[in-house]
Every structure is written in C-alpha cells, then in structure tokens.
Design a protein around this ligand. Structure first.
Ligand code: SF4
Length: 396
C-alpha cells in the first residue's frame, strides 16, 4: 500500500511541490508539534495549527452549513491576517487551514499565499474555482494543498450542495490533477451516505482523480437547519471507525480522521488544544462549528499568543470537554455546552443564536466508542497517529 502510494505521488505530483510539502507541511508540522509540547510543559496555551475562516461569503448554500452571510460579507482584514500569521510564526506555527465561506472569494487570498512563502496553507474549498490560470498560480506558489469538499456520489452530494455541484467539483479535481498539485478531498459522513462514502469504490474514485488524501468528517447537526437525522447514531459511529480501518489497509491514499488515536480512543482536537478557529470577524473560537468567543485577534494589542494564552474561556473549554467526554461535547452535551458559553458570556459571531440552538439540541452519541474502541491495524497509521496525539495535554 505504502509503495503504491509513493509511486502514485511521484508520478502525479510535481517534484517541486512534493519537496515544498515535505519541508513546510511535514517538517514544519513536526517543529510545530515539538514547540507545542514544550509550551504544554510550561502550561502555555497556543496551538500548533490554526484554522482561519477568511470570509463568510459563499457561492453555494449547502444544507447543514453553519456559516451565514447576510448582505455584506464579514471578512478578516489584511491587518488581522498579518497579526495571526506573524504571531503564529513567532511560535513555530506555519500551517494554516483556510476556510470560509469560500476562501476563493476572499480578496486578499493571493496576497496571503504569495506573501508568506515560508508558510503552508490548506484551502478548504467547494472546488468550483479551479480554472487553468488559478491552478497555474497555485502551482507557482507551491505552498498550498487544496482540499475539495464532496459529500458522496452525484445524487447525495447535489442534494446537500446543490444541483450540478458534483460535476463541477470533479472538473476542479481534474484540473488540479492536470496541474500536478498535491490535493485532497473532504467528505462529511452522514447517516444517509455512510454506505456509499466508506466504500472501496468511492475511495478508488479519488485515487483515480489523483487525490493524495481523503479527509472524513462526521456530520454535526449545527446551524440554522441542523437536520439531526443526518448525524450518525452509536452503531453508525462504530461502523465509521470499522470501515475506515479496513479501507486504510487496502487503499493507496491517505485516509484522514481527527477523531480517534492509534488505540482507537476518541480525541477532540479542540480539547487537546491542537487548533483554534479564527472566525471572519476575528473571533477566536474553540473549533469551527462553534462561533462563540470571548476574545478577538484585535485584543492584547494584536498579540495573538497573549489573547489565546490568557483566555479563561479557551482554557476552561478544554477542562469542560475533558470532564464530560473524550468525544464531541457538541453532540453529547449540547445543553451543558450552552450553559458553559452563557457562563463565560461568550459573544455570538454566527449571526444566529448558537446558545439557543445548543440548548434546543438533543444529546446524541459521538465518536467516543468507550469499551468498544477499535485500534488502528495499519502500522503506518499507528505511527502517524502517535506522532500527532501522543502526549497531548488533554489525553497524556
Ligand atoms: S468539540 Fe466536537 S467538533 Fe469541535 S473539535 Fe471537538 S470533536 Fe471536533
């Protein structure tokens, strides 16, 4: 499997882009993790990776999306971007996941990518903007890995994302393959699509498209139309884990999840302090679906390290998660989570009422499989997971 994967990457991806990804993404990531562990030992709170929601503007209206944009979109100013990137670099953070809305609608996107050639960016996108010109410019920059969201085969995807979106996103993948970029696809697993997306045929489709990795997310019923029936139940979560492990043993593509460690125990990246989310209004939020914050990047005179490290809410959020579950508090403890944010008087940056939405949510199972945890069977994934999750503050 590993040899097939390496052969595929060598033949499909530009050697210069592979070198840049190895140096900036892998090498930079290892440095970031080392610095992060040292910070943990000093009881400092600052993550090794950051998520930046550049804008809430989007050209699609997907069902179950928690981003709302009314009228003029919210977006990070160039000064806020500089604050985040430069504070990050001072603390060995050089990997930034860029999301939205749709990042390709953000006016400063190219200035960001090309202005920070020593950083690596993963752009989480709907994949509808990959003209030959855009792909050529990404290739010249060399420090970007696009991650295209596709949620199942044509019917399932288009039901959620809109008519014709599957074909247009796949056309985007083809353009990325032609440009020899290092890219991935992201799929949200729901109760409706689990059989089709955790299936060898689906994974092989992305291998054929030239994707280097396929990233699976579990559906979270949040936002204005939460559609709770799409969330996985306990049996669905076990099935998610079981199928993922089986697919990893056979597929020459990296299958990513951030839910389980090497032993199959549940992990919450926000509780482990792995990455916080900067919203399009500059709010510093615990994780992408929770648009609630007590600080913004403009606080502490633009010192992001101080704003995060001194945030009582972000520190208490970790404690709150650890004391309730190893899994996802949004799914398992929505009402207590609402009380937690109300207690901290967190500002709501969603344009809705997230605390009311959480209060009205029914608790449901998450990825914490308890006694039924299923360990990784692939040695490579065991190694990778141990590198990523070993020694975290939340799970030491
Ligand atoms: S709270 Fe839930 S959605 Fe947020 S990082 Fe943790 S597991 Fe993921």
């Amino acid at each position: 499997m590993l040899l097939r994967y390496i052969a595929r990457m060598i033949t499909h991806v530009s050697p210069r882009l592979l070198y840049k990804a190895a140096r900036l993404w892998v090498g930079g990531g290892l440095r970031a993790m080392r610095a992060y562990r040292q910070r943990l030992a000093r009881n400092e709170l600052f993550p090794p990776f950051l998520f930046l929601a550049l804008t809430d503007a989007c050209n699609l209206r997907c069902r179950g999306c928690w981003i709302e944009s009314h009228g003029r979109p919210n977006q990070l100013s160039w000064e806020e971007i500089q604050t985040v990137i430069e504070s990050g670099r001072k603390h060995s953070v050089n990997f930034f996941a860029l999301l939205g809305g749709e990042p390709f609608l953000y006016p400063n996107l190219w200035r960001l990518i090309e202005g920070y050639p020593d950083c690596y960016f993963q752009i989480i996108t709907n994949g509808l903007f990959f003209t030959p010109e855009v792909v050529g410019r990404l290739r010249r920059a060399g420090n970007v890995s696009p991650l295209v969201s596709i949620d199942g085969w044509r019917d399932a995807n288009d039901q959620r994302r809109g008519e014709g979106v599957f074909d247009r996103a796949v056309a985007g993948l083809k353009e990325l393959k032609r440009g020899r970029l290092l890219f991935g696809a992201a799929t949200t697993v729901t109760s409706r699509n689990i059989d089709e997306v955790l299936d060898a045929r689906y994974v092989d489709f992305f291998v054929d498209q030239g994707a280097a990795y396929l990233w699976y997310y579990g559906y979270r019923p949040v936002g204005a139309e939460p559609a709770p029936h799409l969330a996985l139940d306990a049996q669905g979560m076990r099935e998610f884990r079981r199928r993922l492990i089986a697919l990893r043993k056979r597929s020459p593509i990296i299958l990513i999840d951030t839910y389980w460690d090497a032993e199959g125990k549940a992990v919450c990246p926000a509780a482990a302090g792995l990455g916080f989310h900067i919203g399009p209004q500059g709010s510093i939020e615990p994780c992408p679906p929770l648009s609630l914050a007590c600080e913004t990047v403009r606080d502490s005179q633009g010192d992001l390290f101080a704003a995060i490290n001194q945030s009582a809410m972000l520190r208490d959020f970790q404690e709150f998660c650890r004391s309730h579950t190893r899994g996802c508090v949004i799914l398992e403890q929505p009402r207590r989570l609402a009380e937690f944010f109300a207690r901290h008087r967190a500002g709501d940056f969603s344009g809705r009422d997230v605390i009311a939405e959480l209060s009205a949510s029914e608790p449901r199972p998450s990825h914490d499989l308890g006694e039924q945890a299923i360990p990784e069977e692939s040695r490579i994934y065991r190694f990778l997971k141990r590198q990523l999750f070993f020694g975290m503050g939340g799970y030491g």
